[in-house]
Design a binder for this molecule. Sequence first.
Ligand SMILES: Cc1ncc(COP(=O)(O)O)c(C=O)c1O
Length: 505
Amino acid sequence: MTNIRQAKWLEPLIFNLGASQRRGCQFTCDDPKLRQLSEELDAWFPKTLRRENPPALPELSEVEVVRHFTRLSQLNFSVDSGFYPLGSCTMKYNPKINEVLANNPSVKWLHPHQDESTVQGALELMYNLAQWLNEITGMNQFSLVPSAGAHGEYTGTLIIRAYHESRGELEQRQEILVPDTAHGTNYTSAAMAGFKVVVVPSTSRGCVDSDALRQVVSEKTAGLMLTNPNTLGLFEENILEISQIIHDAGGLLYYDGANLNAILGQARPGDMGFDIVHVNLHKTFSTPHGGGGPGAGPVGVVESLQEFLPVPIVERADNGYRLNYDVSHTVGHIGGFYGNFAVLVRAYAYILSMGAEGLLKVSELSVLNANYLARQLSAIKGFSVPYGHDRIVKHEFVVSCQQLHEETGVSAKHVAKRLLDFGIHAPTMYFPPVIKEALMIEPTETESIETLNSFISAFRQISTEAYTTPNLVLEAPHSTARSLLDEVKASHPRTLCLSWRAMNT
Ligand SMILES: Cc1ncc(COP(=O)(O)O)c(C=O)c1O
């Protein structure tokens, strides 16, 4: 087991480092043309918009900058430093070669205003990526523009809106159905697109209750949003029946493809009856993510919905590729330019390097790893896997710490914090709410048997500690840069200090 002791620096803010007039590098401009341009700009720039004084930027030497950011990086945790089993977030290792490619000057210096004729390679990459996503998901056409899963969902619900509007049924169809195990963004996206959200309960087996679904579905139904496998890691047992119920009522099926890792090459949303799909490229297809970005959530649709996709769509032209802005019933522009191109490059490189067989292995191994952990953890005193002890889970599963909590006072939150002392990132906590004292665990395919075994050992040790020396767990973490935080204080808006200026006053 890794015996970690995280770096502990009392690192000041960069504004409190350095000294006046200190420089990391000097920019000089000897080009007379540039100097003239600068003088012209100076003369042109409205006086009312000018600052009296230059901005108070930090002034540091190069070595001070390097040391500051290196020290900060050592206070951080990442998938490159340890196991990151954050359920529903697919924190798998992202091959470094994809970073190299995304950083290639011919990629990173492209400008979105360049003429189409000068970016044919980029368009070809986007076209091929969209074709591969069609093949992987069973859809007909993709828009690569949305820049996150939630953004894809919002785009998808706008498409549902536009579809019903085009049939003159929007006024009547105002309800989107969402299961009670759904990710929070599903409810939010549907509400933001102007729909009323109707929650569908799950059965005692953790899947959508088809009888309850039949009761809530009606001529008011615009569609159903579903992630499959769901956030309990379970594949919907009656997916074809569910799809039939929604289609019979005139609704559309939306597939939240954040969990695609589990079904890559095994099953396709299109074959399950879904009409619209978003894919979290940053999770399944290799972009380091977390902390808010970067991401890409391309949206794919079946043939009958192609006319509603956002613009532009990358298409083949007579002598290359082109951007099509002329889509008959498009929901319009939903983001800047053509999407988060560097994420698309990583996804393209990842799919190309893995090949069809490699992608199949991803799903096999991610499911195998999740099942190995589920079985092993459910055998440890105080823990159980309520949905999954009696069947195969998919890419993730949820451990309940309810028994441990009742018998020792150690809750899911305490277990999560104690795991940090073992160099392991905390799992997703208290989600989904259908499980008490929940820890949602997604090991992914990139972890070795040794890593999985040391995770199991950490759980065993935490269980023993909870029953013998509970304070050790209750007061964790002990070896991280910051020890146990005062959570009330940390989340109280009046004590939060969100800017350098506020800190100095
Ligand atoms: C099931 C599910 N749907 C949607 C999302 C939203 O994706 P994003 O964070 O890219 O907006 C997530 C993200 O964790 C998710 O797990």
